[in-house]
Design a protein around this ligand. Structure first.
Ligand code: ADP
Ligand code: MG
Length: 737
């Protein structure tokens, strides 16, 4: 008999076991049992030869009529031709350089053949070229196996066809002892879940689709529990650490700031603000995600929280994804704080603090000063880029970390930050994102955080309208785009033009990945075919075309990740000051950039961007009293995936709706990183899209379990489920959206 921990070669032949280990990274009986079928083919889907169509991948059961080998005419090597017969029709097979084949494919033998149907010759005859085959040889047993009502189709490789896996799985089941069930009986009965052994057997061997679905639901629970237990333990671990208590102080900086605020807070801002104030005052760390549409006023909320921390005598750090944004944050914080932010300078307020800016491109002296201010505690607020602050800066007394616009910031990075505080305490963490997160994703990728949201925009915001400009069908429309920009500029407004690439002299080469270019990863690859494989439009090419052509006479400036940090900052500053009419940029302007006078956003090759990127980009306009216009320029024809994404973006400005739509449009594999690429990984059946309810229930169950049994000592099976998941490529699906 065999158990799930046994190495495969003890149960199936060493040759198959080696092949399976090489091809699928599957080594134990348990691994193989968790290699679930991708789908199930009805027996009828063993295609009759009469109904083959070119281009299809088919599996045919047939008898070999003949097989011969001869040298090729024009090239070196040999060609083998076989004819097979399925009882109704014959089909030709062609192989190359397998001169022994006629000794194997003997007339009268029965076999399965799998391959792609092609046509050849003048007569356009159908054939299979180099099909894989599995001899059945009147082996009643094998024949029965492949004539089942439902044939499981496994994720397979060229050298390891599904049917080999099927036979191995069957062998395993012949010897298998029922595995121990990691899910507690109580949980199983509460949610009416099959036992593990029964579920595995059904998912691999059942002939009944309903039974398979029931089994899959049970197996999804294993996956959901593994994720949710991991997250529940993280939450618990994080929440049980001591944190620097930062109670609010009357008459402090926060109060002075509120008094000077030029607008009234929205109800949502006030509500979240009160919640944060309470949590910051607590003895355990706050771990909170603040979601809110672009422009909903998250930064103000964060700043008020940071000032409470400064009032308590500690420091707060604000991390931005790019240098541009870090500099802009520092600038607007200084402006908002006025005399309260200029400690040590002439004319500063009595209890003033200092705001230090830390980016990679600061001149050495300024950087040294900023580092000193952080280390000495002279700077109550430190603003910098994720990359820089994460590993180099030391703080006198770090009370709070704010991570802004962070959709590329994973669980582990947040853990690393939490580890930064002094004496075992963990700082309070506030993560802000304008990328609306579907509920299921919030429960997984951000599952270590509690979630709050700002739902309303400050009043007086003008709406943004979005239009797809299909220059493939209507080339003339591009001229209208430029004319529209010229009109806005004539009216005193400003515009952005975004391109997917920087370009320049080394236009052919990849743009260098750097701190600020990390985000410039256009949706790319799968779209390559849609624009005929041409290179995406580049900032540096477009800006010169515009300057010499349709936008001649306007003040155009380029902004991209390859500019030195100081230059980027200078460009942003003069754009903010209205000294630039049109900013031609890469996605460095994607997040956070706030210039209320900018009203038009033109996105070139828009099909190359993802839905949330487009939504972020368009959030750069309509931030003031003037209505915003976003033009998505594309030559992707209607019906392509790229075009569908654009239509979705144009159809709504509701970020939450869009996020859900995005999840539907993207293959989920993209959401979870490489998880569904067929490699062994934690999530195989669970779908963020379809299994929201199941995930929610698992989250609850996991939370309850962890509350009573934090180390899962009474539930070793569950502990192992969670541990296996973590081993699994460091649970990479927890790291990225
Ligand atoms: P987010 O970070 O959520 O995109 P910001 O905090 O940058 O939004 O706010 C966008 C703009 O709205 C800023 O110029 C900010 O000063 C302004 N703002 C924030 N809250 C309010 C409010 N309650 N009333 C009016 N304007 C506000
Ligand atoms: Mg912001």
């Amino acid at each position: 008999m065999a158990g799930v921990d046994d190495p495969l070669d003890r149960v199936i032949g060493a040759k198959s076991a080696t092949l399976i280990a090489e091809q699928l990274d599957v080594r134990t009986v348990g691994d193989l049992l968790r290699h679930y079928p991708r789908r199930y083919a009805d027996q009828g889907q063993l295609t009759p030869i009469a109904s083959l169509t070119p281009g299809e991948d088919v599996t045919v059961v047939a008898e070999i009529r003949s097989c011969s080998s001869r040298p090729m005419q024009q090239k070196k090597g040999t060609i083998q031709q076989a004819v097979i017969f399925d009882g109704t029709r014959t089909l030709n097979l062609t192989f190359f350089n397998q001169h022994r084949l006629p000794r194997v494919l003997l007339p009268g033998r029965q076999a399965l053949f799998a391959g792609r149907v092609t046509r050849y010759g003048k007569a356009r005859t159908l054939q299979l070229t180099h099909p894989r085959y599995q001899l059945l040889d009147g082996d009643a047993d094998k024949l029965a196996e492949f004539s089942r009502a439902l044939i499981p189709v496994y994720p397979a490789t060229k050298d390891l066809p599904s049917w080999t896996i099927q036979l191995c799985v069957r062998q395993v089941f012949d010897l298998l002892d029922d595995p121990e069930d990691p899910l507690p009986a109580e949980l199983r009965s509460q949610h009416r879940l099959l036992e593990l052994g029964a579920a595995l057997r059904a998912v691999h061997r059942s002939d009944d689709r309903a039974a398979i679905a029931t089994a899959q639901r049970r197996l999804k629970w294993d996956e959901a529990m593994a994720v949710q237990l991991t997250l529940a333990r993280r939450r618990q671990e994080a929440a049980s650490r001591p944190a620097p208590a930062c109670p609010p102080r009357d008459g402090g900086l926060a109060a002075a700031f509120d008094a000077a605020l030029p607008f009234t807070l929205t109800a949502g801002q006030r509500e979240v603000g009160e919640l944060l104030a309470v949590e910051l005052a607590g003895e355990h760390p706050m771990n909170r995600l603040l979601q809110g549409e672009v422009g909903s006023g998250k930064t103000v909320v964060a700043l008020r929280a940071m000032l409470q921390v400064v009032d308590a005598g500690r420091q707060a750090v604000l991390l931005a994804p790019t240098e541009v944004l870090a500099a802009q944050h520092a600038r607007s914080l200084r402006a908002m704080l006025g005399e309260h932010g200029r400690a040590g300078e002439l004319g500063s307020a009595e209890q003033a603090t200092r705001i230090a800016l830390l980016t990679g491109s600061l001149p050495a002296r300024a950087r040294k000063q900023a580092l000193l201010d952080a280390a000495s505690g002279a700077a109550g607020i430190v603003v910098g880029t994720h990359a820089l602050i994460q590993d180099r800066v030391s703080f006198a007394d770090l009370g709070m970390v704010v991570v802004d616009e962070q959709h590329r910031f994973g669980v582990e990075q947040r853990d690393a930050l939490r580890a930064r505080a002094v004496d075992d305490t963990s700082p309070h963490v506030l993560v802000m994102t304008a990328t609306p997160i579907p509920r299921t994703v919030a429960m997984t990728v951000y599952g270590d955080l509690e979630v709050s949201a700002l739902h309303e925009l400050p009043s007086g915001r003008a709406p943004i309208s979005t239009t797809v400009v299909p220059v493939g069908d209507k080339p003339g429309w591009l001229q209208r785009v430029w004319r529209r920009i010229a009109e806005e500029v004539a009216g005193g407004r400003q515009a952005y033009v975004v391109c997917p690439r920087i370009g320049g002299e080394d236009a052919a080469s990849e743009d260098p990945p750097g701190e600020d270019t990390a985000g410039e990863d256009p949706a790319g690859e799968d779209e390559a075919g849609e624009d005929g494989g041409r290179a995406p439009l580049a900032v540096l090419d477009l800006i010169s075309q515009l300057a010499e052509g349709p936008l001649a006479g306007l003040r155009l400036v380029a902004l991209h990740g390859r500019l030195p940090g100081n230059d980027k900052d200078a460009v942003m500053r003069s754009f903010t000051a209205g000294e630039i009419d049109v900013l031609v940029a890469t996605t460095v302007v994607e997040v956070g950039v706030d210039v209320p006078n900018a009203t038009v956003m033109v996105i070139m090759d828009a099909q190359r961007f993802g839905v949330s990127q487009l939504h972020q980009l368009r959030g750069r306009v309509g931030r003031g009293a003037h209505p915003g216009l976003c033009l998505l320029v594309t030559d992707s024809p209607e019906g392509t995936a790229g075009r569908e994404r654009l239509d979705a973006v144009a159809a709504t400005t509701d970020g939450f709706e869009l996020a859900q739509r995005d999840l539907e449009l993207r293959r989920e594999g993209d959401v979870l990183g490489a998880v569904q690429s067929g490699r062994r990984s934690g999530l195989k059946l669970l779908s963020l899209l379809r299994d929201a309810d199941l995930i929610g229930q698992a989250r609850q169950a996991a939370q309850q379990l962890v509350e009573t049994d934090p180390d899962l000592t009474a539930h070793p099976g569950l502990a192992r489920l969670a541990a296996d998941l973590l081993d699994d490529q460091r649970a990479q699906f927890l790291e990225k959206v």
